[in-house]
Design a binder for this molecule. Structure first.
Ligand code: GLU
Length: 424
């Protein structure tokens, strides 16, 4: 099997849309060129007294529209190529939803599940010390990503403020409310995906209670979208974490809250569905993550990691709608095959943009000393997601494009215009 280089995939999408739009080779090359690729050693003392060294990353892409913006992931397989790809995707995403920011992504190659809370805190603070000069409220604003969370953002913001000698909460978003976070940020990725699906449902005549959904991934994005869909009446028939999936064979629908309780108790999702103390192990089955992607469902939501639907398994994907909540979950070959089969792929830059949108609201509130009610956050988030969906949907229909191509067209026009303005 040829290995998939995620950066090549992103560059393929950039070149295809850039040349269709009439951008010059020079413009395309500039947009695909990171402004900075930073890799530093982070050394911390473990609880045992031993000193350990980890690799920390930050990649920054195109600040013509505003400061760099994007999460930090802690993952054993995090590497520079992945972080570079995801940083580029952030530049596209911010432009898709018209947030005045560029692209950034950071990471640490670590399995956070193997660290104690104290070690995790030391490592998080070490990342900030290593990249202190490269980030800041007007320069580069990190946020949570895979296996990072509000607590980690609070440590990081605190470390930054100490080094800066003054409170600087706007350097990080996704903080807890008590540390200057925004209402609605914790559920924003899932909520944004839901607003997009609601807009799509209106076009496709989707009736939630007759619609089955499988969600891959049970982190911040996956869990919340599953719960929001369940609460809206959709039948969530499969969900998974990194160890495997639970599948509801009768397609009646499960409440993700119950699955979360089992996961917290047993450490994995397992094959039994428990509501309170009553568990059913007969009508539910443990299946693999790969099998989840191939289930006969109406909507598939990859919400875990990149490169999940590829040339290898796309022919077996049965869902009519794929809501790409994880960044880079589909390769260009998978996109093309699904388009040829008239399937709707809602691309990452639209499907998961709710997270960075509310991050921007958080940065704005911190910068202008405002504090918005949840209702205001939701109203503004919905407005951004629906406006963006409508523009992409119309562009795709008018020009015979995939939704991803339409999103790229809109983003690249905005980025190219900002670059032109800067140089004029
Ligand atoms: N990590 C999230 C993403 O990939 C959120 C980024 C942010 O809020 O800046 O979009």
């Amino acid at each position: 099997m040829p290995s998939i280089n995620p950066f090549d995939n992103a560059m393929h999408n950039l070149r295809q849309s850039g040349s269709a739009l009439g951008l010059t080779d020079e413009q395309i090359e500039k947009i695909g060129m990171p402004d900075a690729i930073l890799e530093r050693e982070l050394s911390i003392t473990m609880d045992s007294g031993e000193v350990k060294v980890f690799r920390g990353y930050r990649v920054q892409f195109n600040n013509a529209r505003g400061p760099y913006k994007g999460g930090i992931r802690f993952h054993p397989e995090a590497n520079l190529d992945e972080v570079k790809t995801l940083a580029f995707l952030m530049a596209i995403k911010c432009a898709v939803v018209d947030i005045p920011m560029g692209g950034g992504k950071g990471g640490i190659q670590v399995n956070p599940k193997e660290l104690s809370a104290a070690e995790l805190e030391r490592l998080s603070r070490a990342w900030v010390r290593a990249f202190f000069k490269d980030i800041g409220p007007e320069k580069d604003i990190p946020a949570p990503d895979v296996y990072t969370n509000p607590t980690i953002m609070a440590w990081m913001a605190d470390e930054y403020s100490k080094l800066a000698g003054k409170p600087t909460p706007a350097t990080f978003t996704g903080k807890p409310i008590s540390a200057g976070g925004s209402q609605g940020r914790d559920t924003a990725t899932g909520q944004g995906a839901y607003y997009v699906l609601e807009a799509l449902a209106a076009h496709r005549g989707i009736v939630p209670r007759e619609t089955t959904v499988a969600v891959q991934g049970f982190g911040n994005a996956g869990y919340h979208i599953a719960q929001i869909l369940h609460d809206a009446g959709y039948r969530v028939v499969a969900v998974s974490d990194s160890r495997g999936a639970i599948y509801d064979k009768r397609h009646q629908g499960m409440d993700p809250k119950n699955i979360m309780l089992t996961k917290e108790e047993k450490g994995e999702i397992g094959g039994c569905y428990c509501a309170g103390t009553v568990c059913d192990c007969e009508n539910y089955q443990k299946i693999t993550n790969d099998a989840l992607l191939e289930l006969d469902v109406d909507i598939l939501v990859p919400a875990a990691l990149e490169n999940q639907i590829t040339a290898d398994n796309v022919e077996r994907v049965q869902a009519d709608i794929i809501l790409e909540v994880a960044n880079g979950a589909l390769t260009p070959e998978a996109d093309a095959a699904l388009f040829a089969r008239n399937r709707v792929v809602v691309p990452d830059s639209l499907a998961n943009a709710g997270g960075v949108t509310v991050s921007y609201f958080e940065w704005f509130q911190n910068t202008y000393a405002e504090s918005w009610e949840e209702e205001k956050v939701q109203r503004k988030l919905r407005e951004v997601m629906v406006t963006t969906f409508d523009a992409i949907w119309k562009r795709a229909l008018d020009q015979g494009l995939t939704l991803r191509q339409a999103a790229y067209h809109i983003a690249l026009e905005r980025i190219a215009a900002a670059m032109q303005k800067r140089h004029s």
